[in-house]
Design a protein around this ligand. Structure first.
Ligand SMILES: *Cc1c(COP(=O)(O)O)cnc(C)c1O
Length: 415
């Protein structure tokens, strides 16, 4: 019998995280994670930290929703909690314009499916009570499209991504919320990519009954921590009346550890699951950093640096099709067209972490999460131009740097 050798200790290298996510985690967050003491999940400082996180989240997300808290795990954990109130047979309209809203729609189809629907196609059920409206890759979901679909189908729920990270498109949240309000529909929004980047407030969108985000993008708390969620009283009342077939992601039950009990803030949380003091400390520090940066300032900084990156890649001959401010999604110039995956692989092999699109058509995605400085954007552009040239792209890196210089108000020629 052969014995498996014990592998040597795992070393994961530092890379330049220049993709759609995860973003570069602030050293303060990592220090908070590493410096936390071992405390159990009912220890007073852990519980106080969770209450402070809950209050900071309400501030960052601009909401008085009592049911605003973190779901342990990744973005999909928060989204699973968000969609938990959808039950078999529920009527849903889901808007899909890329990879992530596509997976949202799959999650919704699984939850709204009957036993028969699941037995017929368990990994990709197609219940007739869920209508999926597909908007082509590279385009945004517009208010008119939402209005027409809700008027025609009169669902209980409508589902949309705020920012579709797959194609880098911002969807019409105002139009979505207004249409939901007009038709008495409960809107559910995947805000995984927009929270912590865009300056928006939940309470300005009363047609949306539930929201979910993630730890690793705009919130910048990769050490696997909490996916923020927020629910209106209407959602919670519907959930209470109809139930959900989950314990761990049940919004009412999960909220209890965050000291949200019987629809009100309580003095302390009660046990739901074993939270980690390390995770709570890291999440707490990430939220403090978000508040210290300031929501409006942070949004302006992303817009400013995204515009710089956009100008530089256009100067390299790329065609940008996105409108999010945390990343650019682009087509390569014709000399390199069709070689997107090869280019991305070559960059990733050197620790420069950019991404292709995960569904067709193949495009390149370059992100700037926590890379909000001229030096960081210049590094990204320099590496990208070099990678294009290494593949025979014959691009003029100095033109891209000159575009950056113009954006940042410097005269490159004079230097
Ligand atoms: C990243 C992302 C997700 C998934 O988040 P994970 O942290 O990978 O679970 C879902 N929706 C959108 C819009 C995203 O950008």
């Amino acid at each position: 019998m052969t014995q498996t050798a014990i592998p040597s200790a795992l070393t994961i290298p530092e890379t330049l995280a220049a993709g759609p996510g995860p973003g570069n985690t602030d050293a303060r967050v990592l220090a908070a994670f590493a410096n936390a003491g071992l405390a159990d999940h009912m220890q007073a400082d852990v519980l106080r930290g969770m209450i402070e996180c809950k209050l900071m989240l309400r501030e960052i997300w601009g909401t008085k929703n009592v049911h605003t808290f973190g779901v342990a795990g990744t973005g999909w954990s928060g989204l699973d909690c968000l969609f938990s109130a959808i039950g078999p047979g529920d009527k849903v309209v889901a808007f899909v314009n890329g990879t992530f809203s596509g997976i949202d729609a799959l999650t919704v189809r699984m939850k709204a499916a009957s036993r028969e629907n699941l037995a017929a196609n368990s990994l990709d059920p197609k219940p007739a009570n869920v209508t999926v409206i597909t908007v082509p890759h590279g385009q945004s979901v517009l208010g008119e499209v939402v209005e027409a679909a809700l008027a025609a189908h009169k669902p209980t729920w409508a589902v949309m991504a705020h920012w579709e990270t797959g194609s880098g498109r911002i969807n019409d949240l105002r139009g979505f919320s207004d249409a939901c309000e007009r038709h008495g529909v409960m809107g559910l929004v995947d805000a995984v990519s927009s929270l912590g980047i865009e300056d928006f407030a939940i309470d300005d969108f009363p047609g949306v009954a539930g929201w979910a985000s993630c730890p690793q993008k705009g919130v910048l708390c990769l050490p696997l921590t909490y996916a923020p969620v927020s629910f209106t009283d209407r959602y919670i009342a519907h959930l209470k009346a109809n139930g959900a077939s989950t314990y761990v992601h049940h919004p009412i039950l999960e909220a209890r550890h965050w000291a949200i009990i019987d629809g009100k803030d309580a003095a302390a949380g009660t046990y739901h699951r074993t939270h980690s003091g390390y995770a709570v400390a890291a999440f707490h520090e990430a939220l403090r950093i978000n508040l210290q940066h300031g929501k409006a300032q942070k949004a302006r900084d992303y817009a400013f640096h995204e515009a710089a990156l956009r100008a530089a890649v256009i100067a390299l001959g790329c065609d940008v099709t996105s409108n999010m401010t945390s990343l650019v999604v682009l087509n390569l110039p014709s000399a390199l067209a069709g070689r997107e995956k090869e280019l991305v692989q070559a960059c990733r092999a050197t620790g420069f972490g950019i991404w292709p699109t995960l569904s067709e058509p193949v495009q390149v995605r370059i992100g700037i999460l926590n890379q909000l400085s001229e030096a960081a954007i210049t590094d990204i552009v320099t590496r990208f131009a070099a990678a294009m040239n290494a593949m025979g792209g014959k691009v003029d890196a100095s033109a891209a740097l000159a575009a950056l210089g113009r954006h940042y108000g410097r005269d490159m020629a004079a230097e």
